[in-house]
Design a binder for this molecule. Sequence first.
Ligand SMILES: [Zn+2]
Length: 319
Amino acid sequence: MRRRGEQILAFVLAFAGFSSGRAHAYVREATSTGVPVAWRNPCIAMHLYLGAPPPVLSAAEVLAASSQAMAAWSYAQVACTDIRLAVIAEPEETAGACHDGRNVIVFRKDTWCRQPAPSDDAGYADPGCYAASALAVTSIYKNKNTGEILDADIEFNAVNYAWGDLVGQPALATSTTADFQNALTHELGHVIGLDHPCYTGADEGGRLNDNTGVPALDCNDPALPDETSQATMYPSVVLTDTQRRTLSPDDELGVCEIYPHTHEVCPIPSSDGGCNVAAAGGSARAWPVLAGAALALALVALARWRRREPKATPPLRDS
Ligand SMILES: [Zn+2]
């Protein structure tokens, strides 16, 4: 099956103190055929690998932060949704990110590359390494015809960044320490099928429409509304950011419209698999970091990684 993913680009971001009063909006990830993606079962278990967390958090702190990030998207904290994300603590150090029906959250500490690494035998031309500026990458596997999400894996960049609790310990904020709960909350938005709420220019599929049927806003627009730039699903952050831990009204509208609250208890969850299961179409989303924070106008390196079929074009694209 075709694999799709993302590219690398750089752009200038303007944070304008501007609010348009527009209707709340969100953008859904779509398949290559344009079908919006979603889980069939709104109860989603994710295996969190705690065997050797990177500095600065302990395993217990990683687990607690993960539970809170999952609760932020889930019923009953969000009363209007059916989503229930659940964490399963795993004692091992790490795991592969692949289409195996087993959703994982892992830290990459040795190399900031997809593991298991793509190989020529598997039909990949991409070496599978991510941009250093990417804090984390979420890979989604879905049925391209129905849009059903089949598997979602989150990989955290512990090669270029340390991970801490910048709310509980603000003194940890350094040039290389990011807030784990903040980043995970954003990545979990991708897990449930949300895309970024504005268009960066990097998407090969072009600009998607938002839920109101109009083209997504331009992330580079100096008049980008606050409600978009402050959304958890906004595509880049300053390293000290912690505000994405909490959903914005736009994020909440998305999780409630895609998964309205209809079940009082979870349907029976699907079974787990292993990394030897054959892969289906997948895509990956990388969340970049905005270094040097605090300025109203700043340069952002947005890293988005794309898995390609062998011989696929185009190559990397910059803007
Ligand atoms: Zn993202």
